[in-house]
Ligand binder design. Structure first.
Ligand code: NAD
Length: 481
């Protein structure tokens, strides 16, 4: 196997990054990486297993004492240097990510990769401002400190690979921990470039390790390892349950950022242009967004008009090559994912749903943007996450029904409310079960705020101080007067 592949003109090392060195898998095995844009093979990637998991955790354990003892200022300086490296290689990261996972190049250039750099800058700066006021008890001071916890295992999905990885890597490193990152096997490339960038920025060997491979083969060895002090996972509910069971072996603390089936509630008093814009945005990333408001809940009196305007606007979306600036919707990640999406739609149609638009596959790895109506609240298509460009529409007659439908799944990741009445917005928001609620907007969020899901959409919150609460061992030191 060649150690490096050229992807869109960029050289990417296909091996693991362990203890500051590139290593092939002990077994010599690899797995194929394929571009969803045209099904072309990109290369063979090192296929890790328990041996690589052990080596990576050992490297993280060894590097931990020195990194944990490194001053906050020095850790922050290196994180800023990583952000600068991301900025310098932004174009390369953008095109490699697009080639690997099929998401829009223009989003990677203007939104996602700048956010990757921001993840590092934000957590570096937050670290420097992290202080708690001391508490006083009968003259004794209680001083709270955020101590580094140890090696962290970070496991991430393919829908926003580098953005989601760095959302965890940055606070974990800032906190003084060492990291083993396991990116998704359908989009392994930018994690490898991140290892290069971190090394160039002066991050000491073993502080960040990247292992590649299938989750089922390398995952358990990472998540059940006794030396791992934190596991942060973003991905699906079934995998989260396996990880939680595996982590139970050593009661390793977990942060789980999982799937959703979030609602968009459109009240009759909403600005319908705003509501329709929000609705069409849900096709972003070909529907492969955990936060996507995939269930439209629309007040009866405006449902017809909303649908008419939605169809008009959605029909103007251009689907095609994600490298093309004018493309709005790219391919779905993998033939298996496409099969899954199509299966959901076939079964919904067979159960009586009507496709207002779409409802079928297109050539290559593309799925027609779809809106389904005549769907029952307890049907599979309303209850299960599709993770493709498939939306449903139901109507409601009053606020109570809207809230009941909105909260009527096992998920609770996000919700979006379109209304022109601020009092209604406050009333409805208070009753929604969701980690994030957007009112007349979508996707905007400050990294200082807590992020996570309720019910089966997740366990715990990350963001700002919440990230440090998770990645650190909080210590209260009580000193006598
Ligand atoms: P997935 O659960 O199949 O895989 C996620 C990661 O887990 C991959 O790296 C995979 O290799 C690894 N994995 C698989 N089995 C494992 C095991 N036994 N042990 C350890 N690791 C294992 O999810 P996916 O299909 O890659 O991602 C899509 C899912 O992620 C959707 O449900 C989506 O909603 C969710 N998601 C959530 C958020 C969020 O912030 N809440 C963000 C993005 C995606």
């Amino acid at each position: 196997m060649s150690d490096k592949i050229i992807v869109a003109g960029v050289s990417v090392d296909t091996r693991h990054w362990i203890g500051g060195r590139r290593v092939a898998s002990a077994s010599g095995e690899t797995f194929p990486d394929v571009s969803p844009i045209d099904g072309q093979p990109l290369g063979e990637i090192a296929r890790g297993g328990p041996v690589e998991a052990e080596a990576a955790v050992a490297a993280a354990r060894e590097a931990f004492p020195v990194w944990a003892a490194t001053s906050r200022a020095e850790r922050a300086r290196i994180l800023h240097a990583i952000a600068e490296g991301v900025d310098r290689r932004l174009e390369e990261l953008a095109i490699v990510e697009t080639t690997d996972n099929g998401a829009l190049l223009r989003s990677h250039r203007r939104g996602v990769m700048p956010r990757v750099a921001h993840n590092f800058r934000f957590f570096a700066d937050w670290l420097l401002s992290l202080e708690h006021e001391d508490f006083e008890t009968r003259g004794h001071t209680n001083h709270v400190s955020w101590d580094p916890a140890g090696p962290c295992v970070l496991i991430t999905p393919w829908n926003a690979p580098l953005m989601l990885a760095t959302w965890k890597v940055a606070p974990a490193l800032a906190a003084g921990n060492t990291v083993v990152l396991k990116p998704a096997e359908w989009s392994p490339l930018t994690a490898s470039l991140l290892a290069d960038i971190a090394a160039e920025a002066g991050l000491p060997a073993g502080v960040l390790n990247v292992v590649q491979g299938y989750g089922a083969e390398i995952g358990d060895a990472l998540t059940s390892h006794p030396d791992v002090r934190r596991i942060s996972f973003t991905g699906s509910v079934p995998t989260a349950k396996r990880i939680a069971a595996s982590a139970a072996a050593h009661l390793t603390p977990l942060s789980l950022e999982l799937g959703g089936k979030s609602p968009l509630l459109v009240f009759a008093d909403a600005d319908l242009d705003v509501a329709v814009d929000l609705a069409v945005e849900q096709y972003d990333n070909a529907g492969q967004v955990c936060l996507a408001a995939t269930r439209f809940l629309v007040e009866e009196s405006v449902a017809e008009e909303f649908t008419r305007r939605f169809v008009e606007k959605a029909s103007g979306l251009r689907q095609g090559d994600p490298r093309d600036e004018s493309t709005d919707i790219g391919p779905n990640i993998h033939p298996r994912q496409l099969e899954k999406i199509d299966g959901f739609v076939r079964r919904a149609l067979a159960a009586g749903a009507r496709a207002v638009i779409g409802g079928h596959r297109k050539d290559g790895q593309y799925y027609a943007p779809t809106l389904l109506t005549d769907v029952a609240q307890d049907s599979e298509i309303v209850q299960e996450e599709v993770f493709g460009p498939v939306l449903t529409l139901q109507t409601f007659s009053d606020e109570d029904e809207a809230v009941r439908l909105a909260n009527g799944t096992r998920f609770g990741l996000a919700a979006t409310v379109a209304t022109g009445d601020p009092e209604r917005a406050a009333r409805v928001t208070a009753r929604l079960v969701a980690g994030t609620v957007w009112v007349n907007c979508f996707f905007v969020r400050d990294l200082q705020a807590p992020f996570g899901g309720s019910r089966q959409s997740g366990v715990g919150r990350e963001g700002g101080t919440w990230s440090f609460d998770f990645y650190c061992d909080l210590k209260n030191t009580v000193t006598a007067p």
